[in-house]
Ligand binder design. Sequence first.
Ligand SMILES: *Cc1c(COP(=O)(O)O)cnc(C)c1O
Length: 404
Amino acid sequence: MKGNPNDKGFETRAIHAGQPPEQGTGAVTVPIYQTSTFAQHAVGETYGGYEYARTGNPTRTALEACIASLEGGKHGFAFASGMAATTTLCYLFQPGDHVILGDDVYGGTYRLFARVLSRYGITFDLVDLTQPEKTEAAFRPQTKLVWLETPTNPLLKSIDIAQVADLAHAHSARLAVDNTFASPYLQRPLLLGADFVVHSATKYLGGHSDVVHGLVVLNDDALAERLAFHQNAVGAVPGPFDCFLVLRGIKTLGVRMRQHGENARRVADFLAEHPAVEQVFYPGLPGNAYHAIARRNFASGGSVASETDPHSRETALDRAGFGGMVSFLAKGGEAAARQIVSSTQIFTLAESLGGVESLIEHPGAMTHASLAGSPIEVPASLVRLSVGIENADDLLADLAQALE
Ligand SMILES: *Cc1c(COP(=O)(O)O)cnc(C)c1O
């Protein structure tokens, strides 16, 4: 396209931001610059600012510009995985610093704090961030960071991002939001006051279960300079092909998220009526305890950005949906839950989420097994679905036969 894509709507930026036609050939798609180093005209005189591909690569630059645009931030950084993104961000902190960690965060994030960063003198407390009084009480003079995830995994609770951002700033701490489950199409934490957005791009951004990748976005120039230093110094960077796959996935983020949301809503409605199901967790259900907070957070999403009139905003929110993750408690306990996840035919029994194909899992024995006995253990009768974008009638029929 001609002109500045950053003036345009979310879906246009997803396809064009950071991705002008290539200078030399006019290639419409950003090429995979599969090179480790870049020639220099003379010592220190580069062709286009690139020297060595750990420090920077044009395919990665395009992705970093694109995700910054979509999250409404200034600086984007790409990493070899979501955990590499989290780890590198945590290198900005020092021994003695204290972190407030949501008590329902991704198991790998908890493990990083509990078993790695704690050995380097970074302390943390697990806090129920859905409770403002508990959050407020958790701050100490050493608290430098609050880390939250919303909607949470696997119970799909929603945490009020703007409220926690205000609390963090009142205590001179920063707020990092893991936005993996919502994606910037539904929720943009920087616009709600967060200081960092973190993604496992392995999930909805990549969208096709074919790449492991991580991203960070932030506004602050000085922090961005420090993060760029650590990205290069620590070296947990993605290869150009992985960056290409994420760029390609992001182009269809809007249409995918809408379909994930539509299918997930039908699945949640179906499960809510089913006699073999004890309780359904889905932020889009009007009866969900966190529905109002999810709506507040999702009003920051790219899907509703161009709606100014309050009524059309609400309509746009409903059209965009509430994401593709649904979980539920099986009547009949753990045995029933294990039976259900082994009985589906379209839903594949697998960890991970956010791809076009539907997945089913038993968090207690799979994604959250390493948390057994920890403060963030999950119910044994819980089943988690990543609802894909297959035909919704087929998905409902598959769940119906598995629940029988
Ligand atoms: C998967 C995931 C991560 C970790 O990302 P990887 O790409 O697997 O390293 C972090 N947060 C959430 C919410 C995730 O789902």
